[in-house]
Design a protein around this ligand. Structure first.
Ligand code: MG
Length: 384
């Protein structure tokens, strides 16, 4: 790694792991975190979990695995330009969706409804729970025993009530900055923004390729239309080429423009506030940001995606069905815990319905559909 900026998180000054471990040269602690994430079970499952489209709807759409890789790529590029800790950004990016339920947001909302009387369900919190508790791969501890910096980035945000509970259990832990009303590290801020950049771009891509969005709709979104026009201006032959090529060039430009914008805006923010070290960042406003004009354009794109894609009747139908499937699974295991596999049945005796939520949250789309068929005799989604 090249020299870190003074406000970057230096692995040599990590706030450490919950259980002390000897270091593992030549890797530093944040590289080691990243490697632990890549080798964990929940990471492999991301390949069969989806964001907007359910896994069986097509093989070409993003899964949470490809999404996480895109977030890591964008995050690393920007981190390098800002002399931030690339390895930490990568570790956070690769782990940020580990706690996501099957069937995207629909699954998470349904699980939250089911768990409301029992402490609720938040996917960021669940991602942290995966790396802190649920992975069982090491002889001496549960979870992956990651550094505080990585854990704080994974938690991202949670309700204040939960943060206060976490704080009581671990005063110097990942919730401390939420209770204190402070920002996380620049690396965590960056992973969060890279997440937003990645899904905006790939949801446009998947939306168009699925046929749920039409190019004519997108030409009304300035951020997209401007880059499409510029691509055509530079490469007029794209007019005759298959639309895929123009779409790819448009999205490439759209992402590059956002990357350049974030780098410029963040450098300007850091220059004006001049934090002397990584801790000084916390009391400042968020430093890793778009410029106001880019933020406005990105917000317009998000608004468009919300109305045209996430609320598309076909997506809404799948969403409704996904909620029913998750609710039915929850009810089935809650009524008959003997249906849980041994390990989860044991956990259910100790922590009650939280064990059911953990089990369902860990499922891939396919496995959840199969369990639904087994437990209810019904097919989860038509066409499966
Ligand atoms: Mg994400």
């Amino acid at each position: 790694m090249s020299a870190l900026a003074p406000y970057a998180c230096d692995p040599e000054r990590s706030r450490g792991r919950r259980i002390a471990e000897p270091s593992a040269p030549p890797r530093n602690d944040h590289q080691r975190d990243r490697d632990r994430v890549v080798h964990c079970t929940a990471f492999r499952r991301l390949v069969y979990k989806t964001q907007v489209f359910v896994n069986h709807e097509g093989d070409l759409f993003r899964t949470r695995l490809t999404h996480s890789l895109e977030v890591a790529q964008l995050g690393r590029s920007i981190a390098r330009a800002l002399a931030l800790n690339e390895d930490l950004v990568e570790a956070i990016a690769l782990a940020h969706d580990l706690g996501h339920t099957p069937f995207g947001h629909a699954g998470q909302d349904a699980l939250d409804d089911c768990m409301k009387p029992h402490g609720g369900f938040e996917h960021n919190l669940q991602s942290l729970r995966v790396v802190d508790v649920l992975e069982q791969r090491y002889p001496r501890f549960d979870g992956l025993n990651l550094t505080l910096e990585t854990r704080e980035g994974i938690l991202k945000r949670c309700s204040l009530k939960i943060a206060e509970q976490m704080q009581a259990e671990e005063p110097d832990g990942p919730a401390r900055r939420i209770v204190a009303g402070e920002q996380p590290s620049l690396e965590a801020q960056l992973a969060n923004l890279a997440d937003e950049m990645a899904y905006n771009a790939h949801d446009v891509d998947d939306g168009l390729r699925s046929g749920l969005l039409a190019m004519t709709q997108l030409t009304e979104v300035p951020l997209f239309a401007d880059h499409r026009a510029a691509a055509l201006m530079d490469h007029p032959q794209l007019q005759q080429a298959p639309e895929r090529r123009l779409l790819a060039e448009t999205l490439r430009r759209l992402l590059s423009a956002q990357v350049a914008d974030v780098i410029a805006a963040t450098i300007a923010n850091l220059q004006s506030h001049a934090p002397g070290n990584a801790d000084a960042v916390r009391a400042l406003p968020a430093m890793v940001q778009f410029t106001p004009p880019m933020r406005e354009q990105v917000t317009a794109l998000k608004r468009f995606l919300f109305a045209a894609l996430y609320r598309h009747p076909q997506v809404a139908d799948t969403t409704l069905r996904a909620r029913e499937v998750v609710r039915a699974l929850f009810a089935a295991y809650a009524d008959a815990p003997q249906q849980l596999p041994d390990e989860h049945r044991l956990a259910h005796r100790q922590i009650g319905l939280r064990a059911v939520a953990d089990y369902i949250a860990g499922m891939t789309d396919r496995f959840a559909s199969r369990e639904y068929l087994r437990l209810t005799g019904q097919v989860a989604f038509e066409g499966q």
